[in-house]
Write a protein that binds this ligand. Structure first.
Ligand code: MG
Ligand code: ZN
Length: 203
C-alpha cells in the first residue's frame, strides 16, 4: 500500500499569518488545485492522511470542537471534488508538552500507518516546513517541500535536512509523484522481464 502524508496548513489550505492559527472554519481556505491534487493521488493508488501540528489548542487559542469543524469543512471540500482523505491526525499539545506526536516527531505518522503494510520507499510526506521534512525522513518516506507555504527556495537552502524534491504546490507535487510512480512501475516491469529471461526469483 502506498500512502501520501500531507501537512495541512500551507499545503492544502492557505497558511495563517506567522505565529497565528486557523481557529475557525471561516479561516480555512483551500489553496488553488489542492483538491484536484488529492483526487489525482487517489487515482494513482495512494491513500492520503493529513498530519498536522495544531498547538493553538494546547495554548488555549481555540477549542477541539473548532478544530473538528475545520476538519469537517476540509473533508467535505475534498469529497465534493471526488477526492478522499483516509484519516486526519492532529497534535493538539502545547509545544512544551514534549509529546510524542508533535512533528518533527513521528508519532502521528505511526498512528496513521497503524497496522497497514506501507511501501515506505514509494510513499511521500509533503509539507512546507523543515519540521515536515524531518518527520517524513525519520519515517523512511520520500519528502517533498511545497513553495505554497512559509518557505521559499532561499529558505529551504539553509535547512540542515533537505527534502528529496521541491514543488510549487500540492498539485505540482502530485504530478511529480504520479510521474515517479509510473517510472517505478516501468522499472519494476523491466526488472521482472530480465528476471524471467534469467529465471531468477522475484520478491
Ligand atoms: Mg505547514
Ligand atoms: Zn502532541
Amino acid at each position: 500500500m502506498k500512502m501520501v502524508f500531507l501537512d495541512r496548513d500551507g499545503v492544502i489550505n492557505k497558511n495563517p499569518a506567522h505565529g497565528d492559527y486557523i481557529k475557525r472554519p471561516s479561516e480555512f481556505k483551500f489553496l488553488p488545485n489542492a483538491r484536484k491534487a488529492v483526487k489525482m493521488l487517489n487515482n494513482a493508488g495512494f491513500d492520503i492522511a493529513v498530519i498536522s501540528n495544531q498547538s493553538g489548542i494546547g495554548k488555549g487559542l481555540f477549542s477541539k470542537n473548532e478544530l473538528k469543524k475545520i476538519d469537517e469543512k476540509m473533508l467535505k471540500g475534498i469529497k465534493a471534488s471526488k477526492g478522499e482523505i483516509k484519516g486526519t491526525y492532529y497534535c493538539i499539545h502545547h509545544p512544551d508538552a514534549n509529546c510524542e506526536c508533535r512533528k518533527p516527531k513521528t508519532g502521528l505518522i505511526k498512528k496513521a500507518v497503524g497496522k497497514n503494510k506501507i511501501d515506505f520507499r514509494n510513499s511521500f510526506f509533503i509539507g512546507d516546513t523543515e519540521r515536515d521534512v524531518v518527520a517524513g525522513g525519520r519515517s523512511g518516506l520520500k519528502t517533498i517541500t511545497v513553495l505554497s507555504g512559509y518557505n521559499k527556495n532561499k529558505d529551504i537552502k539553509r535547512w540542515k535536512k533537505q527534502p528529496d524534491y521541491i514543488a510549487k504546490d500540492l498539485y505540482d507535487a502530485a504530478k511529480r509523484i504520479v510521474k515517479l510512480s509510473t517510472m517505478e512501475q516501468w522499472s519494476g516491469a523491466l526488472r521482472l522481464r530480465s528476471c524471467l529471461r534469467s529465471s531468477c526469483r522475484v520478491g
